[in-house]
Design a protein around this ligand. Structure first.
Ligand SMILES: [Fe+2]
Length: 203
């Protein structure tokens, strides 16, 4: 791939090392996984630049393998950049723009929380609260891996990682307790900043 630019992992915010109920050990290990996604994204794009386009084949080819796994690496980067960025807050009920959208599209903060928790319990990787530009509303989408099942033209605003690496050290198999801890550490001011930056309509 000509002209691709190597990227570097974003710095980990210091607040992430002092979360309520998600240990520093877990965050350190989790951040290293994120760094790995960045390394592989750069490696795959480099290899695509050396590849033979004529050998492309849907059963097996280097191009196919690289492009499939590129989606896993990029998904891992994007999902974790949201995850790390919007933790480190005080949790509680949404405020400001996010409060209005959640109230409108889920009925109440409690109903949104219940649906997100259930989506997280039903998922094998991620639950996202996303603004779907075609539907014109928020929805809690479900993912089973870094590259499943994102929906086109939807902007994730909350990314709940439910891979076991996110909680097994702290909670063993008690995912529900981890989800509660995730919610206690959400930073709504970050979410509201994204609503503003992406110009998501709030009226
Ligand atoms: Fe993760």
């Amino acid at each position: 791939m000509a002209n691709f630019v190597e990227i570097r992992p974003r710095e980990l915010k210091s607040a992430l090392l002092e979360l309520d109920g998600i240990s520093r050990t877990t965050i350190d290990a989790h951040y290293r996984l994120y760094q790995g996604y960045v390394v592989k994204r750069n490696e795959i794009l480099g290899r695509l630049g050396e590849g033979d386009l004529e050998a492309a084949n849907q059963v097996y080819s280097a191009l196919r393998a690289l492009k499939v796994d590129l989606t896993f690496a990029i998904g891992g980067i994007k999902n974790h950049e949201i995850y790390f960025e919007h933790l480190g807050g005080e949790g509680g009920n949404p405020s400001g723009a996010s409060a209005g959208l959640i109230e409108r599209d889920f009925g109440s903060a409690d109903a949104w929380r219940a649906d997100l928790k259930a989506t997280g319990m039903a998922a094998r990787g991620w639950a996202w609260t996303a603004y779907d530009w075609d539907e014109g509303r928020l929805f809690n989408y479900l993912g089973d891996a870094q590259n499943t099942f994102p929906v086109w033209n939807a902007t994730p605003l909350v990314a709940l990682d439910v891979y076991e690496h996110a909680y097994f050290l702290d909670y063993q198999t008690d995912r529900a307790a981890y989800i509660e801890a995730f919610l206690r550490n959400l930073d709504w001011s970050v979410v509201n900043g994204w609503i503003d930056a992406y110009r998501i309509p709030t009226a």
